[in-house]
Design a protein. Structure first.
Length: 91
C-alpha cells in the first residue's frame, strides 16, 4: 500500500468517525415509535393509493396526525392485506 493510499484511508476513517459521532441522536422510545409509524403510514399510502386513497391528493404528505386516518382508510376500503397493515399502524 502506497503512502498516498494510506493517507486516503486515514482521511476517510477520520471522516467516518466524525460523522458517526455527529449523527447519533438520542430519541425517547415514544418519539422513535411515532417516527416508525409515520414512515409505515407513508409507505402504505403510496402502496395502496389506488385501492384505498384514490379520492385524496397523491402528493399528500402524511404526518403524525394523519396516521390514524391512514389506518382507518386502509381498514375501511382495502383488502385483507390493507386491513392488516392498518391494524399494525393503530393497534
Amino acid at each position: 500500500m502506497s503512502s498516498k493510499e494510506r493517507e486516503i484511508r486515514k482521511y476517510l476513517s477520520a471522516i467516518g468517525r466524525r460523522g458517526g459521532r455527529r449523527s447519533r441522536r438520542t430519541l425517547d422510545s415514544a418519539s422513535a415509535r411515532n417516527m416508525v409509524r409515520v414512515r409505515e403510514a407513508r409507505r402504505a399510502f403510496r402502496k395502496y393509493f389506488a385501492e384505498c386513497f384514490w379520492f385524496s391528493d397523491p402528493d399528500l404528505i402524511i404526518s403524525k396526525d394523519d396516521v390514524s386516518w391512514v389506518s382507518e382508510q386502509l381498514m375501511k376500503h382495502g383488502s385483507i392485506d390493507c386491513w392488516k397493515v392498518g391494524r399494525r399502524l393503530c393497534p
